[in-house]
Write a protein that binds this ligand. Structure first.
Ligand SMILES: NC(=O)c1ccc[n+]([C@@H]2O[C@H](COP(=O)([O-])OP(=O)(O)OC[C@H]3O[C@@H](n4cnc5c(N)ncnc54)[C@H](O)[C@@H]3O)[C@@H](O)[C@H]2O)c1
Length: 440
């Protein structure tokens, strides 16, 4: 369905419940961050919905409002947080364990964080082998698990007086799997739930329960989820917006900033070697080769679509792209990502670029969770449904709206698409950067 211009956007009144399946490092950093910002203790740095601006009309108009003043987004004060985890730790303990935010800040948020306790998880060991928690629903069938999640969601919504809900998967990366017959249609999936089909992953059961109730979902991890025909069918049937997958932070963020620049200058690339050390629980989980495989596939896809080797084979036809992640506990959440890029220029002369990014994974991911929650809620109030390609900006593996379309990885094109979609929703002209001034 074409995007409706100047659509009627329902106002963002009342409480917005933000549900997080998975309340570990990213989840707790996001929640604590929102509470700290609400109290005026910190700034929402890295969040487009909070700090980003958007130009409307020609430059001469000098009309550049904040995005949050331009489209009706839920206010931070109206967010309530909940979720599930395989550990019973409340958000304060989870944040302390994650070791991302300093103790002094957490102390000031203690009471509110302690009140946010995860609900028991739907979990299956085979999907996350290096994770051992017992705060798990003890239910035999996957169908019953979906029903229990539905009850959780209803209860959470009632108890917190929510007007609307959105969900962002911040759970661990599940093992790599290709879609199977059970994912081919909603009917097959529902039968699969009744049969407790082994190919239905816990993350898919959450997505099913959420979409069934008309709740928008984002998938922050690289595993198979909203990119299955069954769950997409459900999203479209229930008119729910969805988006995924795998938060674009750290090394891939750098890649999608640098690669478009090299391509713009038509500099050739022989190889791109990327390696990371990471010591948090996510790193431990990615130590399992099958979970790493899901991450590797997600990370490797990026360069191909930016460089389009088929259009310039002499520049990008033979790139050796390697991605490694090593679990290295001393670093905790403070990941170090090295890139060695072998490039060549005029007449084929070779050069090298080295990047050493000492980043903080969850600090980069938390603002994305906030933006995704607020933009998905906006999308729903604007009547948008299915895959929200304009949110590709946030993903390592953006999901194309139609099967067969290639995803857009270039962060600058992604941002342009996001802002032009907002302009379109408000009935303003897209900014094309084509100037009439040359024809005077
Ligand atoms: N931090 C980043 O920059 C970044 C970037 C891209 C993707 N991701 C992905 O985001 C996810 C979260 O990352 P993190 O650093 O917070 O990891 P984490 O290990 O600290 O947190 C994940 C949490 O999910 C919980 N969990 C696992 N399976 C669950 C289930 N079935 N139901 C409920 N809870 C479940 C775990 O117990 C854990 O507390 C991971 O999949 C990671 O790969 C993170």
């Amino acid at each position: 369905m074409p995007l409706q211009s100047n659509a009627e956007i329902r106002p963002a009144t009342g409480k917005l419940g933000v549900l997080l399946p998975g309340m570990g490092a990213v989840g707790s950093t996001f929640v604590a961050g929102c509470l700290a910002i609400r109290k005026g203790l910190a700034q929402p740095i890295g969040s487009l919905t909070q700090m980003g601006t958007i130009r409307i009309g020609p430059r001469s108009d000098d009309n550049v409002p904040l995005i949050r003043d331009y489209v009706p987004l839920a206010d931070l004060d109206d967010l309530v947080f909940g979720g599930w985890d395989v550990f019973p730790d409340d958000a304060y303990v989870a944040a302390q364990r994650a070791g991302v935010l300093d103790g002094h800040l957490l102390e000031q948020l203690g009471e509110e964080l302690r009140a946010i306790r995860p609900m028991p998880a739907v979990f299956e060991q085979a999907y996350v082998r290096n994770l051992h928690g017992d705060h798990v629903k003890d239910l035999a069938s996957k169908w019953e698990q979906a029903e229990a999640l539905t009850d959780d969601i209803r209860r959470f919504s009632e108890e917190n007086g929510c007007d609307r809900l959105v969900a962002v998967w911040c759970g661990s990366t599940e093992v790599y799997k290709e879609p199977g017959d059970v994912h081919a249609s909603l009917e097959a999936f529902e039968q699969g739930l009744r049969d407790s089909h082994p190919d239905i992953a816990p993350s898919q059961i959450y997505a099913y329960a959420l979409l069934k109730q008309g709740i928008p979902v984002a998938n922050g991890a690289p595993n198979l989820n909203l990119d299955t025909p069954a769950l997409l069918e459900l999203a479209r049937a229930n008119r729910v917006p969805v988006t995924g997958k795998d938060f674009k932070t750290g090394q891939t963020l750098m890649k999608t900033i640098l690669a478009p620049g090299l391509k713009a200058r038509l500099l050739g690339v022989d190889g791109w070697y990327s390696t990371n050390i990471l010591g948090n629980r996510d790193g431990e989980i990615l130590d399992d080769p099958d979970s790493f495989k899901a991450k590797e596939v997600s990370k490797l896809g990026v360069l191909d679509t930016i460089f389009e080797p088929e259009r310039n084979p002499e520049l990008y036809g033979d790139i050796h792209h390697v991605v490694r992640i090593n679990y290295y506990p001393p670093r905790g959440d403070n990941k170090e990502g090295w890139d060695n890029i072998d490039i060549f220029g005029w007449l084929g002369y070779k050069m090298q670029i080295k990047v050493d990014f000492l980043c903080r994974d969850s600090i980069l991911a938390a603002p994305l969770v906030l933006d995704l929650a607020l933009f998905l809620d906006l999308a729903q109030r604007a009547g948008l449904a299915g895959v929200q390609e304009w949110l590709s900006f946030y993903w390592k593996s953006p999901q194309p709206a139609q099967p067969g379309l290639y995803p857009e990885h270039d962060i600058f094109i992604q941002l342009k698409k996001l802002k032009n979609t907002l302009r379109h929703l408000r009935g303003d002209d897209p900014i094309t950067h084509v100037g009439a001034e040359y024809y005077d």
